[in-house]
Design a protein around this ligand. Structure first.
Ligand code: ZN
Ligand code: ZN
Length: 107
């Protein structure tokens, strides 16, 4: 699915070279450039990457962050579940429940 997305990813056209797509990223200028731009006097000596490769790296990072987020949500839901069952336990035991209501009312 990631591969599919990348193949279909629309690359913008270069302002200076209309027929070229911005498929390179100049790390020095922090901007996307086309192949013709990448060999001109400005960017020739600059450090450049392929935009698609940068996308793959960025997406992989996103996927990792997402699964981490998912895991932490599951952990908090599980601990919430525990707390709820604690609360149920209190309410099933009448003396504790009464005590709890007194505590709440006195506040
Ligand atoms: Zn260009
Ligand atoms: Zn540059």
């Amino acid at each position: 699915m990631l591969q599919e997305l990348l193949v279909n990813f629309p690359l913008d056209r270069c302002d200076k070279h209309d027929e070229r797509s911005l498929q390179l990223y100049c790390n020095t200028c922090r901007k996307t450039v086309c192949v013709a731009c990448s060999v001109d006097a400005t960017h020739r000596a600059h450090d450049k990457d392929e935009v698609r490769i940068r996308l793959v790296v960025a997406m992989k990072k996103l996927t990792v962050n997402l699964s981490r987020l998912k895991r932490s949500i599951i952990v908090s839901v599980v601990s919430l579940d525990y707390k709820l069952s604690d609360l149920n336990f209190v309410c099933y035991s009448p003396s504790k429940c009464l005590q709890m209501h007194r505590d709440i009312d006195s506040k």
